[in-house]
Design a protein around this ligand. Structure first.
Ligand code: 6PG
Length: 245
């Protein structure tokens, strides 16, 4: 399989900065190669920090973002602008300062208008199939202490969806109960998967992910980039998981 790389940084701040620098390199290389640069963002604390780091890179020395599109690995099925949505948190972390046109910031539909969470999942799949059909250049994923990635929770039936690139999640073990998530099949359509994980409480989740545990234990372990998989860890997560730099 493709190589697995582990990057260890002292703390969350340095970790986010490392992600920002690496995003710069990816944007530059993929643009130079003429590839669209579809980037999957994560929620959680490291999601916002990663967006802020990309914005900081862009403001330090402007990036050519003309081929960049942003997506989310999952979203809470809440109204656009809700403070609990991943895209709202990315906005608060400075995403608008990248100056991307709205049509390249691919937000998961909320309950506005008609439809339900299944409808939102279907619409996001449609957008991925039409605009993001080449797959992701990079998909960033936070990992929960329970081993979940995006909104695929170990042991929850949505996790094992086949034949679809998005899934409507109901009864999520973590609130809110309704979410839209990429499936494993969609997550595999990426050159690079980056797990971005900080904190000693993630030790077991990191261990299980690196050890290739089964889907009942680790959703993270089921996801790999076609070119590489990178685990970005802070010292606390790495040390507690017994990973050396
Ligand atoms: C959610 C969270 C969750 C998060 C991970 C990692 O939707 O419940 O966004 O999926 O991404 O638990 O979160 P941290 O990076 O904050 O630890």
């Amino acid at each position: 399989g493709a190589p697995v790389e582990v990057v260890v940084e002292p703390g969350k701040t340095e970790l986010a900065a490392a992600v920002g620098r690496r995003l710069r390199a990816v944007v530059e290389q993929a643009s130079a190669a003429g590839r669209p640069v579809e980037i999957g963002l994560t929620g959680g604390s490291m999601g916002g920090a990663s967006v802020a780091a990309l914005v900081a890179e862009h403001e330090r020395e402007p990036l050519d973002l003309s081929a960049v599109g942003l997506w989310w690995g999952d979203e809470r099925y809440l109204p656009l602008g809700d403070a609990e949505r991943n895209d709202t948190q990315a906005d608060e972390a400075g995403l608008p300062r990248l100056g991307l046109p709205d049509e390249r910031v691919h937000r998961v539909p909320g309950p506005e208008g008609s439809g339900d969470v299944e409808d939102a999942a279907a619409r996001y799949a449609q957008e991925l199939r039409s605009v993001g059909r080449g797959g992701f250049e990079v998909l960033m994923l936070g990992v929960g202490p329970d081993g979940h990635v995006a909104s695929l929770f170990p042991g929850h039936p949505a996790q094992m969806t086949h034949g679809a690139i998005t899934v409507a999640v109901r009864d999520s073990p973590k609130p809110p109960p309704e979410r839209v998530s990429l499936t494993f099949e969609a997550m595999e359509r990426t050159r690079e998967v980056w797990f971005v994980v900080a904190g000693a409480d993630k030790a077991q989740a990191v261990r299980d992910g690196l050890d290739g545990a089964g889907p009942d234990v680790s959703s993270a372990a089921q996801v790999h980039g076609s070119v590489r998989t990178v685990w970005f860890l802070d010292e606390d997560a790495a040390a507690a998981a017994g990973v050396s730099r």
